[in-house]
Design a protein around this ligand. Sequence first.
Ligand SMILES: [Zn+2]
Length: 430
Amino acid sequence: MTLLDARLAAEIESRRDDLISLTQALVRIPTINPPGQHYREICGLLEQRLSGSGFDCRLIRANGTPGDSQRYPRWNIVARREGGSAGDCVHFNSHTDVVEVGHGWTTDPFGGELKDGRIYGRGTCDMKGGLATSIIAAEAFLAVCPDFGGAIEISGTADEETGGYGGVAYLAKQGYFDPGKVQHVIIPEPLKKDRICLGHRGVWWAEIETRGRIAHGSMPFLGDSAIRHMGAVLEEIERYLYPLLASKLTAMPVVPPQARQSTMNINAIHGGAPEQDADFTGFPAACVADRCRITIDRRFLIEEDIATVKAEVSGMMERIKAERPGFDYEIRDLWEITPTMTDRDAPVVRTVSAAIRRVLARAPDYVVSPGTYDQKHIDRIGRLKNCIAYGPGILDLAHQPDEWIGVQDMIDSANVMALTLADLLTQNHP
Ligand SMILES: [Zn+2]
């Protein structure tokens, strides 16, 4: 441990209570998304905090993005602190939204209760704890290295849980992640304090509909059942598509390891008579289903391209159509995101890796997320490749009841982040 390491560690340790109360204050603002509540309020809290630490704060509303309205405006904050000389900009990006509470809590989801070294609440781990950690890390770094070069940015952004269009995607379109402006991005998602997340797999969501002809259910031979046609599709998915996907393996270090292959979930199936409300007490009518629809969620690998991914499904549907009388279908694209993976030799990866070795005395694990997060927008719209997710917390706890984050994990991660700032923004260590 160098003198710098020790001074940063002491500054961070002296802020332990501050780190806890900042996390609690963030958790106590219930920024549930959807619909996207209290974004203005949480941006206000961050503005007050960060302007007090010498940051220039900009509040940016993502006007007209999905979900943005007078009632639920999509507010974001970008805070920037300039150094005394030229140099790189290191940007910490955290989303401020949390998912719904759900059932099964034994603690107050918005209470931020501290118990046995853990803070409990919706968003503690995903990812208000990571946001608070990056703020404490930056403030400790500023106390030790006031004469740094370059700049530090901290952003709190909306809507990550619903695609990030009113958050990072909007900011990236406005140029906030241009490589000329920002050189290193760290997203403090809860990937664990000793792991570096390099990127994520790709996504294709689509709807597949089969067509039939409505008739009286007592004489199904007079109609054509779209549900039976969908049955043929599901059978072909089992027989042909799933084995094919299982055979496609990736060199991406995806966690958990079961996700190191192509996967596909069938999110939903709907066919025939619409479902009635739970309090409806009548009988259904006798009809042959004329429509049946499934929604598929296909996750693909950096070794695959989206055209091939789609062609596998459309080719399968064409084969069924050729063999099955009366079969007709439509495929509708809903959403697609290409896979992204930052190079292990990228500067931000090398620097965070060295900092993990110094703080935790072990080599980091490199991982890739099975699902996407805001890195997609920074890569695709911002064209900035030097980006990772790194932060405290256990990913499995995200979106669960009794979500929590460990205070010591946040302290350790803050040390890694502060050392990263020191390495990237100071030429000579004091
Ligand atoms: Zn998250």
